[in-house]
Design a protein around this ligand. Structure first.
Ligand SMILES: [Zn+2]
Length: 85
């Protein structure tokens, strides 16, 4: 039985993550990235947490600048509560 099409590794997913989030990956890389996510729940969970961390960071910076869009807050509260439950 020959090896089916190979998946990239979790390490590669993490390496590609910044590029993926900023839309800088090549279409091939992006495809490989998403293909890995379709079979790897732990990377999906990692990316979800990563995105939430970015959002929380933005919120913290926004609060300091006193120009935070008010409608952003409930979502973040839900994200925080969701992680704890
Ligand atoms: Zn993975």
């Amino acid at each position: 039985m020959s090896k089916a099409s190979e998946y990239i590794t979790c390490e590669e997913v993490i390496t590609f993550l910044l590029g993926y989030l900023s839309g800088e990956l090549s279409p091939e890389k992006e495809h490989e990235f998403e293909r890995h996510l379709s079979v790897c729940p732990s990377c999906v969970a990692y990316i979800k947490t990563y995105k939430q961390t970015i959002e929380l960071g933005r919120q913290a910076l926004g609060a300091g600048a006193a120009s935070t869009p008010p409608d952003l807050a409930p979502e973040l509260v839900q994200a925080i509560l969701g992680r704890r439950s």
